[in-house]
Design a protein around this ligand. Sequence first.
Ligand SMILES: NC(=O)c1ccc[n+]([C@@H]2O[C@H](COP(=O)([O-])OP(=O)(O)OC[C@H]3O[C@@H](n4cnc5c(N)ncnc54)[C@H](O)[C@@H]3O)[C@@H](O)[C@H]2O)c1
Length: 418
Amino acid sequence: MKSTIRDIALAPLGQRKIDWVVPRMQVLNMVRKEFEEQLPFAGKKVVICLHLEAKTAYLAHVIRAGGAEVTVVASNPLSTQDDVVAALVQQGIGAHAWYNATEEEFNQHLQLALDTEPDFIIDDGGDLVSTIHTTRPELLQRIKGGAEETTTGVLRLHSMVRDGVLKFPMIAVNDAQCKYLFDNRYGTGQSVWDGIMRTTNLVVAGKTSVIAGYGWCGKGVALRAKGLGARVIICEINPIKANEALMDGFEVMPMAEAAKFGDFFITVTGNTDIINKEHFVLMKSGAIMCNAGHFDVEVNVAQLKEIAVSERIARNNITEYTLAGGQMLYLLAEGRLVNLAAGDGHPAEVMDMTFALQALSLQYVALNYDKLSAKVYQVNTEIDEKVAMLKLQSLGLSIDKLTETQIGYLASWSSEEG
Ligand SMILES: NC(=O)c1ccc[n+]([C@@H]2O[C@H](COP(=O)([O-])OP(=O)(O)OC[C@H]3O[C@@H](n4cnc5c(N)ncnc54)[C@H](O)[C@@H]3O)[C@@H](O)[C@H]2O)c1
């Protein structure tokens, strides 16, 4: 199988990373066993567009265990780990990706992956689906459907449905409870701080963290900031989320006010232009900014460059910008997802659940595509609950079951019953 990667000699290093996560992804191990017996993707081709690190590599192996010919491609140029990609290629999985690909290379890689003519796809953020619809119309009939990983991608799919352009069914894996409750909240919460701390090697306790966006990811980032001893300020545009942040014990204010206080700024809104010129000039010298939202549009890097009098690399993955007033501001990982571009992403145990949802959702598409239409589907409750039960099982835990009396009680409505 043809691949476009940096260096196959890195494979042993990548294999070591994959070997570390496999025993820690027990739900996916159970799904793999089922797939090996049932071969739901026998004779089919799958393109997986995700952050190319060890956990994704294992998902690729699980989908292959279900009988598919698998090709992987990056969903973000800065999160690709060249050694992991090399290990995949050595194991017979196709790959078109390398770390720090230019925009042109990134798009070429997507095209090369699509040249395999997939039957099913997994996407993260919507770039693959968008590329297929805008540049590869000949594949629209062939592709039977797929699954989308993240909030931003699901939003883009809904926009495609609104505009009447989506041509195959997509499952919104992000919207499953076993995804956002654990991956977005606890996964992002932990891995964002891991990325910030390993990159800066600075203390968090006693400092002020400004978090823009109090959605599922923002809640996790704020919770962990509090646990690390930081003062936490939340910026929101949704009054309900703002009240929720207040009741969770955080301060709430607009970015124009918070800009003055922050030592750390973390954007995680899925929206654009969250921190701009008017905020940079208010910041304390030494302030550190990063983004955890899907695209690198939340910190306005173009405006930061515009008002900076100088710019230099201060440390690996940290750019220092000096403003005319003399204050120095720092941006991590060029404003791309800090936990993936300057870290290894979510913990393996969290991605275990997310990728089990991905694998089972793709199986659902493979078994039911003739009954599905070109819409965005929610993950079946049975799949969501199956992943939760398998997770408990993998932890050696069990839970209570409803008795017949309880089922009857919950279903009753008359005050005379029971
Ligand atoms: N870094 C990661 O590993 C990771 C993991 C999962 C999701 N994501 C991405 O993170 C982003 C957020 O995901 P989520 O699941 O938390 O979404 P969400 O919809 O639950 O939350 C987003 C929040 O941002 C708020 N918001 C929107 N515009 C804002 C603005 N201008 N100022 C302040 N707040 C604003 C919204 O009101 C909402 O509460 C998405 O881009 C998603 O794809 C990243």
